[in-house]
Design a protein around this ligand. Sequence first.
Ligand code: NIG
Ligand code: FE
Length: 437
Amino acid sequence: MKPLVTLLIRNAEQVVTARTGGRPARYSWRAAEILPGGSVACAGDRIVAVGTQEEVLRNLELSPHALVIDAVGCAVTPGLVDCHAHPVWAGSRVDEFEERIRGVSYEEISRRGGGIQATVAAVRRASEEELVTAALRRLDIFLSCGTTTLEAKSGYGLSTEHELRLLRVIQRLRHMHPVELVPTFLGAHTVPEEYRGRREQYVELLVNEMIPAVASGALAEFCDVFCEAGFFSPAESERILLAGKDHGLRPKIHAEQLSRSGGSPVAAAVGAVSADHLDWCEEEDLHALAQAGVVPVNLPGATCFLGKERYAPARRMIEMDMPVAIATDFNPGTAPIFSLPLVGSFSCLRQGLTPAEALSAMTLGGAWALARQDEIGTLEEGKRADLVVWPTKDYREIFYYLGSIRPRWVVKNGRIVYQSADESSLGHRGITGKDRT
Ligand code: NIG
Ligand code: FE
């Protein structure tokens, strides 16, 4: 039987599908598919058709309770996928922001016990309810920027008790908010204060106690390590990621962020799903990643916020036909940035990506970096009905206006989960239908 359409988005100026025409891993980099006058039909939580309204409705029928969004003058894109983020924490690091402006480096602040350690102390002091409340507020902002899927790393607990608590908070949030969270265990974010001078013991704790506990509670999908001078060495990173893999946690790695730390060869050796940051990677590193099928994740917001000049070679990644991703790296120290559109502008301006490439990298690319490329990241039949309606006729303005274009509507799993307050000024006819939820 034909599915009944429960949500129809019609009359859009542009529908940017980001689909690849069946090619599994690659993008139609240079030519984003744009359907003018397009429509998207959803049945329940799935997309059932994309095309002109006539095409879309030719073989389908509208449910009598269907919601119809009239997207006149708007562009429709897939829901944004933010594949690298640290959204659960407590406290404030705004003093460090000012210190850095005055010339103290991130590395120096970290050596003095600030940085990640400062957030760890605040997280350990905070109640579970405080962590949940703060994170929920942040998720509202992510959603208002168009993010429908968000990675959530632990990494600010750094003891078995506190890492498990953070991951439990993430599990609770998954039932409380429409932004879909993907949990990653990052116990190897830094060596905590109390293990200073005996780091091997912390690595033992990670491998023998934390990873097994995380896996047995099914609390995370991925295991990540901050591989960097002063944090975890390549050998330690490899050991931790392999232990995670043994327990069913798929590897990810923070690599070549502040220096050429040696994380890329580790990513290739352990078969990581993604290698993230890569500001200092060299050609040889990219080849290793490409050959091993590791998704390179660009985090230019962190590069900018740290006041650094060297950005990851995203153009080169595209030339090599890698499935490039862009993410916010949202965190209190190096990237207090919610907006993927703003980060996309940085990619365009500092890394030379075109708007089409930036959009693909934060939809399908993000989906690849979370191993969800068959489920989300494009507008095509069979995928989840996650999409954003933007109040612009030309999707390139999402990047041109540097984070100022906010979604008009956001749809997650076929439901309208966000609607901007400003209905009048854009000249849309808005939503019709019985149930407006
Ligand atoms: O991704 N690189 C490691 N972790 C974060 C920084 C976290 C912090 O400073 O709190 C990052 O940039
Ligand atoms: Fe990070």
